[in-house]
Design a protein around this ligand. Structure first.
Ligand code: SF4
Ligand code: MG
Length: 340
């Protein structure tokens, strides 16, 4: 059976001529029903652009899809017409964003915004649609849902607004939910509650979930697999346990060193030196080489392919990394090698 979602060698550019930015440079990943893939990387690594391309909401122009495929249950989406894409959005795949306040319309009640989908896509009466909206608010654990359904977005706290947006995204029972930095704007306690809620909903509904984040700490509890992106490429992918226990790419190791770890004796955090490259001028060879403490001559000229590693400890999906010397790192504990 075809996977729920398959992204295959996706390429996206922005701009023209000398200003062309190579935003996605051959991104491939898969998500199965009931599975959570966390996509991790710094801002500008291409995580959100990949998600927008999957959803069919990438602005073109300025964006331009120059290659690859996005298949949903085997159906190619990149060539599909607008009407088909519009139908799939909401019904089959939905997306939630960091900023619930700007995603919700301030002049309508939260309930009316959720109910709208039941009215227009399911032909329900206004009254029935509001009842369904209240049920959904209850499912996302908003207390007194039958009253709060009549309130406006500004009457909700940040965490409650995020719950309302989750409810809205689930209205038409999508099989795939993409959450783009869903907790970034929230405080730590609320972050954990939202992640727990998403995880629970994913399980109850057997949804596939893509969780986009720059924060490795946020996804630790809920990710089945993790794909790490850098400069529009996937540089490492493995099941979560493998990636945490023995990351193979120096960039992943750098991300891990900049997250507080409960099981670590190292008190101090080491952020990765330097900045991600400009996408109009990606360095030759390994795009990470200007920031990599382990770069050698070969790294400056030869692009490392994303390849399957010989890692007997990895799960059935294996362990992929795009580093010439990945074998050297995969055998070391996360804190070894990293500090030169
Ligand atoms: Fe570092 Fe070279 Fe590996 Fe790139 S290929 S991550 S520069 S060691
Ligand atoms: Mg983003």
């Amino acid at each position: 059976m075809a996977p729920l979602l398959e992204v295959d060698d996706l390429r996206v550019e922005f701009g023209r001529g000398a200003d062309t930015a190579s935003v996605l440079n051959g991104v491939s990943y898969r998500v199965e029903a009931g599975e959570t893939l966390a996509v991790l990387g710094e801002s500008g690594s291409g995580k959100s652009v990949t998600a927008q391309t999957i959803m069919g909401i990438l602005d073109t122009p300025p964006g331009r899809i120059t290659g690859g495929a996005v298949r949903f249950k085997g159906e190619e989406l990149l060539g599909a017409d607008r009407e088909r894409r519009r139908l799939l959005r909401g019904e089959s795949m939905a997306m939630i964003f960091q900023d619930a306040l700007s995603a919700l319309n301030p002049v309508y009640t939260v309930g009316a915004q959720i109910a709208e989908q039941f009215r227009f896509r399911r032909g329900m009466s206004k009254k029935d649609a509001m009842v369904r909206a209240a049920e959904l608010l209850d499912q996302v654990k908003i207390p007194n849902a039958s009253q709060r359904v009549r309130e406006y977005p500004h009457q909700f706290s940040g965490g409650m607004r995020q719950r309302a947006m989750i409810a809205m995204s689930l209205a038409l029972d999508p099989e795939l939910l993409i959450a783009d930095e869903p907790t970034t704007a929230l405080d730590v306690t609320v972050q954990a509650q939202i992640m727990e809620l998403l995880d629970e909903l994913r399980r109850e509904r057997d949804m596939g979930m893509i969780l986009i984040t720059h924060d490795l700490g946020v996804v630790a509890e809920v990710a089945d697999r993790i794909a790490v992106m850098y400069a529009g490429r996937i540089v490492e992918e493995a099941d979560a346990a493998t990636l945490y226990a023995h990351p193979a790419h120096p960039y992943t190791r750098g991300l891990m060193a900049s997250v507080p770890r409960l099981d670590s004796s190292r008190g101090q955090l080491d952020p990765i030196p330097g900045l991600p490259p400009s996408l109009t001028n990606i360095p030759p060879g390994c795009p990470f080489h200007p920031r990599c403490a382990h770069a050698e001559d070969r790294c400056r000229t030869e692009v490392p392919a994303l390849r399957q590693l010989d890692d007997p400890a990895a799960g059935p999906e294996g362990h992929r990394a795009a580093c010439h010397f990945a074998e050297r790192f995969v055998a070391a504990s996360p804190e070894e090698v990293l500090t030169p």
